[in-house]
Write a protein that binds this ligand. Sequence first.
Ligand SMILES: [Zn+2]
Length: 181
Amino acid sequence: MSVSLAVLGLATVLQALIFAASGSIALLADLIHNGGDALTAVPLGIAFMLRSKRAEGYAGLAVVAAIFISAAVAAVEAIDRLLNPTTPTDLWALALAGLIGYVGNWIAAKVRSRAGKRLNSPALIADGDHARSDAYVSLSVILSAVVVALGAPIADPLIGLAITVVILRITLQSWRTVRGG
Ligand SMILES: [Zn+2]
């Protein structure tokens, strides 16, 4: 657990630094999401230390709530950027940020899936599947850098919104898993 927390935390910090330079909304959506995911490792970790099914259930709900709030923040920022357009800069760094998100989530997915199978925890296995989806979400940040470079800066908040929709969909899946498990 602590490994996936550290990896996602580091990816988020690097993405936040690049966001400060670039101002990309697609990156903001991705980093808010990755940061939220990194934090979700905390309540789940506590539940496992307590070895309590009920604590795991509460932790699962906390996870779903955290992802939902992160999606709402990302949506508000994306809509604000559609109304007040600006062009992201530092596009090579932006593409690198997408790659960092991809690698970070890919590692987190491996760690969580393996631990989930070992501990026979549906919540952890779901978390692994989630991180794997997120790896592909981060690739869309690279797409945003490419399209903006081609001369269509509007693509950036649109991809930010699309990322938000994907986050909401993942939230719904996590919610079902938590309730079903
Ligand atoms: Zn996620």
